[in-house]
Write a protein that binds this ligand. Structure first.
Ligand code: ZN
Ligand code: ZN
Length: 91
């Protein structure tokens, strides 16, 4: 079992947000949770450092397998501390 608490960094807006929204999945490397702003599922890289190119491709593959047919929006919005992408309809 992964301890959620150790993933949280106090003062990081995204970490604070993650605590407030529904979490679908937590792994060693990423979290899938609802985006607080738009309610869309969002895959968030757990680390405060960005993923390598290989890791990023793996994340995209994972998301496409879990959410077939959904748009992946890699635009990094307001919060830059964590690499993340939205999975769902584009706004
Ligand atoms: Zn954080
Ligand atoms: Zn959003």
């Amino acid at each position: 079992m992964i301890r959620v608490e150790r993933l949280i960094r106090t003062g990081c807006p995204l970490c604070d947000m993650q605590r407030l929204t529904k979490w679908y999945e937590v792994t060693d490397t990423y979290i899938i949770c609802n985006c607080k702003s738009c309610g869309t599922p969002m895959l968030v890289w757990r680390d405060h450092d960005p993923p390598s190119e290989g890791q990023r491709e793996q994340l995209l593959r994972t998301a496409r397998m879990k959410y077939p047919g959904m748009e992946i929006d890699e635009e990094q919005r307001a919060i830059k501390d964590h690499y993340h992408f939205h999975i769902g309809r584009k706004k």
